[in-house]
Design a protein around this ligand. Structure first.
Ligand code: SF4
Ligand code: SF4
Length: 360
């Protein structure tokens, strides 16, 4: 784990400037730091010149530096704090991030929100936005699997606020988070099962007494996912960067892949040191082509093997450069479907349809 850091940006920059030894470990693994200098150098520049705060929008907040730092520092936390300060001081041009912020706003709006809670429901499945958009049937199958163990499991389609959080719109994130907390708590929900690693992180920040768990761990605990015949092929696992410090989720995803009959060959960078698929931190806003470059890098590590991830957004990104699947695509026991990327309109339609579908 990283060391606790001060909460105030000024102290945080001072702390990084003092404690980062500019050893170069994180710099060697990160294109942004290679271009910009060590976290200590950026902290020193940030203290002198407010315009440097905007450099933080080139950081994907992927946390690889945190995982590698021998001093147990968190450059990712510093770059997020720089983003927040840049927003607070009016340095960010909101137009740059309008597509992401509009996506978040619409996704959390009433036509897309759903609280389907059977009587006695205290546990809900919270699939996020990318999985319902790309695989609405899989959401229903996962819910049905959970309900075989507990018929009162509910379904919540709502927004976790990660876009506002990562872009540094702290007040907007707090608003989204607080409304979500009120809706969940007001409905008697105590336990939240997540599919998306980003939602998982955000829901763990909710100011309430919720138990948050990944659905993949829960699925490995019972017999909801049976073993199928082995030798269906070999895949490589891409661990999403929000779950780099979540070994339980990483192991559960691998267990489900094995149960589905696939062997795993690990990517050179996986688990704690996994790479971001390129979508993290919405870097694309200031570095066009970031998603394509990072997806190509991970595809090259996969050496032609199909890539499997537990994040539907990662799968969308990786699918630009490789055969890529969500772990739930493997669970049906059938041959892997050939998937063409869905248009944005199709994904919104899928979400709307799921909002209106009669549940199993
Ligand atoms: S969080 Fe990721 S992109 Fe940002 S500085 Fe660290 S390694 Fe680089
Ligand atoms: S690994 Fe840690 S000490 Fe080394 S340059 Fe990066 S933040 Fe500084």
């Amino acid at each position: 784990m990283t060391e606790p850091m001060p909460s105030n940006l000024h102290d945080l920059l001072d702390d990084m400037a003092k404690r980062c030894t500019s050893c170069g470990v994180c710099v060697r693994s990160c294109d942004f730091l290679r271009r910009s200098g060590s976290p200590a150098a950026l902290a020193r520049q940030g203290r002198e010149d407010g315009a440097v705060l905007l450099r933080a929008y080139e950081c994907s907040l992927c946390g690889l530096c945190d995982a590698l730092c021998p001093q147990r520092l968190s450059p990712a936390a510093m770059f997020l704090a720089m983003r927040r300060e840049a927003v607070k001081t009016g340095r960010v041009d909101a137009k740059t991030y309008r597509p992401w912020l509009s996506y978040e706003k619409l996704g959390g709006a009433l036509p897309f929100r759903r609280y389907a809670l059977p009587p006695g429901c205290t546990t809900v499945f919270f699939p996020g936005c990318s999985l319902p958009g790309s695989r609405p049937q899989a959401v229903l199958s996962l819910l049905a699997a959970l309900r075989r163990g507990d018929p009162a499991v509910g379904l919540v389609l709502d927004c976790c606020g990660k876009i506002s959080h990562d872009l540094g719109y702290g007040e907007s994130f707090e608003r989204i988070s607080e409304s979500l907390r009120r809706r969940l708590q007001g409905s008697g929900v105590r336990r939240i099962l997540t599919a998306c690693p980003g939602c998982d992180l955000m829901l763990r920040k909710l100011d309430g007494d919720f138990e948050v768990r990944g659905i993949y761990e829960v699925l490995t605990e019972g017999d909801a996912v049976a073993e199928t015949a082995p030798n269906r092929g070999t895949v490589a696992v891409h661990d999403p960067c929000p779950s780099r410090f979540d070994p339980k989720r990483q192991q559960a995803v691998r267990e489900l892949i094995r149960r589905a009959g696939y062997a795993i060959e690990e990517l050179p960078e996986h688990g704690r040191t996994t790479r971001c698929c390129g979508q993290g931190g919405m870097v694309e806003g200031v570095r066009p082509g970031a998603v394509d470059r990072e997806a190509a890098r991970i595809a090259a590590q996969g050496q032609g093997r199909p890539l499997v991830s537990s994040c539907a957004a990662c799968v969308n990104a990786l699918g630009r450069r490789a055969e890529a699947y969500h772990v739930v695509d493997l669970l049906g026991g059938e041959a892997l479907p050939s998937r063409r990327p869905l248009s944005s309109a199709r994904r919104w339609f899928n979400r709307l349809r799921l909002r209106l579908t009669r549940l199993p």
